[in-house]
Write a protein that binds this ligand. Structure first.
Ligand code: SF4
Length: 336
C-alpha cells in the first residue's frame, strides 16, 4: 500500500508550473489532456496557450472553421483527435445547452473521450474519484506493485486501472491524479528513474527487488510498414496542385499528390494514360516520416502541370499555401 499523503505532499512541493494548471476549468482540462496524448509536454505548451486564446470555450470550438482548427494544431500530429474534439463541442452545444457535462457517463459518450480522458476530467476538474490511467501511471503502479505482466495486453492494463481506482478512492482526486502523472514524468521515468527522490520508494517492490529497469514489461511492437512514395510538388503557374486527404490518417490535411511507387517513370506513364501530362523540373532530396505504425519514404519531385487534372486534386494559390493545414510529413519536404 502506498502512502498517498506523501505522494500528494511531494506533488505540492515539486510540481512544474504548467499553463494547464492555471485553471481547472473542465473544458481546458479536456483540451490539455487531448493535446498531451502521445505528445511531449514541452511541445504542447505553446499549442495549448494559442488554442486557449483562439478557442477559449466550448462554444468557440463548436463554431470553429475546421481548417482554422487544423492549422492551429498543425505539428502536433494525430489530427483526428482535434476533429473529434470539434464534434464533441458541437454535441455539448446541442445536447447539453453548451454546459460541459459533469458526469462520467455523459463524458464518455462524447466523441474522442475514452476512459482515460473522462477519468482525468472527473478527477482534475470535478474532484471526483475516477481513475485516469495513462502510460506514466501504468509505469508507476506496475513498478510499485512489482507487476511484471506484459503491459501491451489490455487485460493487464485493466488490472493496473483497478489498482489506480482503489487508490484514488482514498485520495484527494485532483491532487492524486496530477501527482501520479507528475511522478511518472519527472521521477519514475522510463529510463533511469530517480528512486532516491521518490516519495513511494519505501513501498516500491521493483525498487526493493532491483528490477526497476525491467518493469513495466512491454512485448515487442509489430514492426512498422514502410511505404515508398513518389511525391509531386506540382505547379500550374501561380498555383500549386494539391489534394485534401479523405483517409482516416491525416484526414482533412492538405498534401501534395503522391503515388505509391519506387520511381517516377510508371507514375508519369499512368498519369499520361489518364490524360494528365506533367513535366518533372527538379529532383528533390528524399524525405522520411515515421508514424506510429508506418513509415513514409518519399521521393519528391518538382513538376509542372501541362494538361489534365485528377478529380481529387485542387488548385491552391501559391500565396495561400502557408494558411493551409498540412501534414508534417509533407511540410518537411523542401519545395524550393
Ligand atoms: S521507487 Fe523508483 S521505481 Fe519505484 S515508483 Fe519510485 S521512481 Fe518508480
Amino acid at each position: 500500500m502506498i502512502d498517498i499523503d506523501r505522494l500528494q505532499g511531494w506533488f505540492l512541493k515539486h510540481q512544474r508550473d504548467l499553463p494547464f494548471r492555471d485553471d481547472r476549468d473542465p473544458y481546458l482540462v479536456w483540451v490539455s489532456e487531448v493535446m498531451l496524448q502521445q505528445t511531449q509536454v514541452e511541445t504542447v505548451i505553446p499549442f495549448f496557450v494559442r488554442f486557449k486564446t483562439v478557442f477559449p470555450n466550448v462554444r468557440s470550438l463548436s463554431e470553429s472553421d475546421p481548417e482554422v482548427l487544423q492549422k492551429l494544431t498543425e505539428g502536433l500530429g494525430y489530427y483526428r483527435r482535434f476533429k473529434l474534439m470539434r464534434e464533441a463541442a458541437l454535441m455539448i452545444m446541442r445536447d447539453y445547452g453548451g454546459v460541459f457535462p459533469k458526469t462520467y457517463d455523459d463524458l464518455i459518450r462524447l466523441p474522442g473521450i475514452g476512459e482515460y480522458t473522462a477519468g482525468a476530467i472527473m478527477s482534475i476538474a470535478y474532484q471526483k474519484p475516477y481513475a485516469a490511467t495513462d502510460g506514466n501511471v501504468i509505469r508507476v503502479i506496475s513498478r510499485v506493485m512489482g507487476i511484471k505482466d506484459d503491459m501491451r495486453i489490455p487485460a493487464n492494463r485493466k488490472r493496473i486501472n483497478t489498482i489506480n481506482q482503489a487508490w484514488i478512492m482514498r485520495a484527494d482526486p485532483r491532487l492524486y491524479t496530477e501527482a501520479l502523472m507528475e511522478l511518472g514524468a519527472l521521477v519514475c521515468t522510463p529510463k533511469k528513474p530517480q528512486c532516491e527522490q521518490c516519495p513511494l520508494k519505501e513501498a516500491c517492490r521493483s525498487h526493493q527487488q532491483q528490477m526497476v529497469e525491467s518493469v513495466p514489461f512491454l512485448s515487442k511492437k509489430p514492426s512498422k510498414t514502410v511505404i515508398t512514395y513518389v511525391t509531386l510538388i506540382l505547379e500550374d503557374n501561380d498555383h500549386y496542385i494539391m489534394r485534401k486527404r479523405t483517409e482516416q490518417l491525416l484526414e482533412g490535411m492538405y498534401e501534395w499528390p503522391q503515388f505509391e511507387a519506387e520511381s517516377s517513370t510508371g507514375v508519369l506513364a499512368s498519369l499520361s494514360a489518364q490524360g494528365i501530362e506533367i513535366e518533372i523540373t527538379k529532383t528533390l532530396p528524399e524525405v522520411t516520416h515515421v508514424f506510429t505504425h508506418r513509415i513514409w519514404k518519399m521521393s519528391p519531385y518538382r513538376a509542372r502541370l501541362i494538361q489534365g487534372m485528377d478529380q481529387s486534386w485542387m488548385r491552391i494559390r501559391k500565396s495561400d499555401l502557408k494558411d493551409k493545414p498540412m501534414a508534417v510529413a509533407h511540410s518537411k519536404i523542401p519545395i524550393e
